[in-house]
Design a binder for this molecule. Structure first.
Ligand SMILES: CC(C)(COP(=O)(O)OP(=O)(O)OC[C@H]1O[C@@H](n2cnc3c(N)ncnc32)[C@H](O)[C@@H]1OP(=O)(O)O)[C@@H](O)C(=O)NCCC(=O)NCCS
Length: 362
């Protein structure tokens, strides 16, 4: 039986930190409100492009799996914030790692990584490809309007990557089941306004795009969507919720995670939470969480992981994964981002001032 197993993992965190206290210089908010309502303490702001972060994460994942770029059959890059729409940025990563294969981007917002994992699993199970590099990479700070306190405090920049490889085993292993869904009735509830090919290029507003959402509506739908697809993958694989060792959910709000696991009847300790230091990094959250969970010894050989996500679209996705025999890297890469000589606050200050002037009508 051909199974799709995660054999390499890597992440990239840009160095500049934007703390909750920093945000109080930009808007009427407080560390106490952000921590208690979201679980977030700080987030990273990238000084480089999404594809640069993606490349660093990919190089770490390759080294972890003991592979090089030439070994990869396909690259799927999930991002809602690619540095270029044409060409896709999977191509940029491909050039950097020296791969000779198919490469494309997908946009399923925060569910993008799990959508990519589902696509990679189908490729591997069909025998079409043996080694797929999946990356979730986001520079969400690009979309943030720093005058909107309900959205601006939530998002951060990062990238995470995994290698999914074909393994032959008599018992199912790796990705046991996956599910993807989209609820178009909610597509207006979470969107980047004013950015895309239908914008009027002659309008003075043409560059005034920003991310906006209906937070309460998303909150409710996130729990329902992730809960339904989690149940679906458990049923597909014939695995009971008691057999799940770790839940690796999308990191949008710690209260969404707490409510999700409580509704599923699972103990809160079974959920992996790393939102405090990263915020919501959309498609990067789950590969980043896998890396952090492995570093912290929260994943053991043979563990059953349930991962689920929710995002603009409104997309949702889940995967049930039987982890392989290895939880330590086979090798290490020295790939890193170029140094950054600015703080997180300095990186966003000019855009924030411009947005404030616009909001005040100047
Ligand atoms: C956005 C979110 C954190 C808001 O939390 P909430 O508990 O629903 O808060 P509310 O929107 O009800 O706002 C409560 C109050 O806090 C205020 N508030 C909002 N953001 C604030 C901030 N950053 N600092 C201080 N106060 C803030 C509101 O203005 C409101 O004040 P009011 O009662 O005087 O009107 C929460 O709804 C959420 O996480 N939603 C989903 C996020 C999402 O869509 N993520 C992306 C998709 S994965």
């Amino acid at each position: 039986m051909l199974s799709a197993q995660i054999t390499g993992w890597g992440k990239c965190l840009p160095p500049a930190v934007l703390t909750n206290d920093d945000l109080t210089h930009l808007m009427d908010t407080s560390d106490e409100w952000i921590r208690t309502r979201t679980g977030i303490g700080e987030r990273r702001i990238s000084h480089v492009s999404t594809s640069t972060m993606a490349t660093v994460a990919a190089k770490h994942a390759l080294a972890c799996a003991g592979l090089s770029g030439e070994d990869i059959d396909m690259i799927i890059l999930a991002s809602a914030t690619p540095d270029t729409l044409v060409p896709n940025i999977a191509a940029t990563v491909q050039a950097e790692i020296g791969a000779n294969c198919a490469a494309f981007d997908i946009n399923a917002a925060c569910s993008g990584f799990l959508y990519a994992l589902g696509l990679a699993t189908a490729q591997i199970r069909s025998g079409q490809n043996r080694r797929v590099l999946i990356i979730g990479a986001e520079r969400l700070s690009f979309y943030v309007n720093w005058t909107l306190r309900d959205t601006a405090v939530l998002f951060g920049d990062a990238a995470g990557a995994v290698i999914v490889e074909a393994v032959e085993q008599s018992e199912p292993t790796g990705v046991l089941a996956y599910a993807m869904h989209n609820d178009p009735s909610g597509r207006e509830h979470l969107r980047v306004q004013g950015f895309g090919s239908d914008l009027d290029r002659l309008s003075p507003e043409a560059t005034e795009f920003f991310l906006d959402f209906n937070g309460r509506e998303i909150f409710k739908r996130a729990i329902a969507g992730m809960g339904a697809l989690s149940q679906q993958v458990l049923e597909q694989a014939g695995v009971s919720k008691e057999e799940v060792d770790l839940v690796v959910p999308h990191q949008a709000n710690v209260r969404i995670i707490d409510t999700l696991v409580a509704k599923m009847g699972l103990p809160a300790e079974k959920a992996f939470v790393n939102i405090e230091h990263h915020g919501n990094t959309s498609a990067a959250t789950i590969p980043m969480a896998l890396c952090d969970a492995l570093e912290q010894g929260r994943i053991h050989p043979g563990d059953t992981l349930l991962s689920c996500a929710f995002g603009a679209g409104l997309t949702s996705a889940a995967a049930l994964i039987k982890w392989g025999p290895r939880t330590t890297p086979l090798g290490h890469s020295d790939a890193e981002l170029p140094p950054c000589d600015k703080t997180g606050l300095e990186l966003v200050a000019d855009v924030a001032a411009h947005q404030r002037r616009k909001a005040e009508g100047n």
